[in-house]
Write a new protein. Sequence first.
Length: 215
Amino acid sequence: MMPTLVCFAVKEEARYFLRKAGSRSDIRTLITGMGEANARISVESALARQRPGRVITAGFAGGLDPSLERGAVVFFADDTADLEGALRAAGARAVQFACSNKVVSTASEKQRLFARTGAHAVEMESGPIQKLCRAAGIPAATIRVILDTAAENLAFDFNELMTPDMRLDASKLGWALAKAPWKIPALLRLQRQSSGAARRLGEVLEKVLLGSVRK
């Protein structure tokens, strides 16, 4: 059986699932880096090294649909990925995703994106990954957990804190906190929410993906 390739943008999204997946031969994990360019380059390279049986792009997403609560797991899956029934049984909701080339940081931005696209959630990597998989004839699915709801503003505009290759710049973050120390509690709260979201995502992936690849 060809392995399933599970892609995360950053290790914080993957930490719970990695503990559960361990060193299984039927699962490969890949940390792509944030954004469309990093996702495309990383997954292209991974597909060239070994063709997977299917590709999962997983991680955090921002809510655009006001009905989506924090911690909700949402997905879009090709029919051939053979995951939709198990995802629904695990409590995940089928949605449409908008793939953005930047972090959508404010409630007003989310409202405009929701109105323009009709998408329920926004993330930054699935678009190019799905495109690569379609071109290669590989079944693919996007499985995400809502980190911030449609009504929430993030503590910072994280686009201003990134390096050119879409990594969080610690020095820029430190300077931003020095200028606005009252935002420290919001940032710590986001870190706690990220940990909880990673656990929730990992629980669903464990039920759905680790169980399904044994069949």
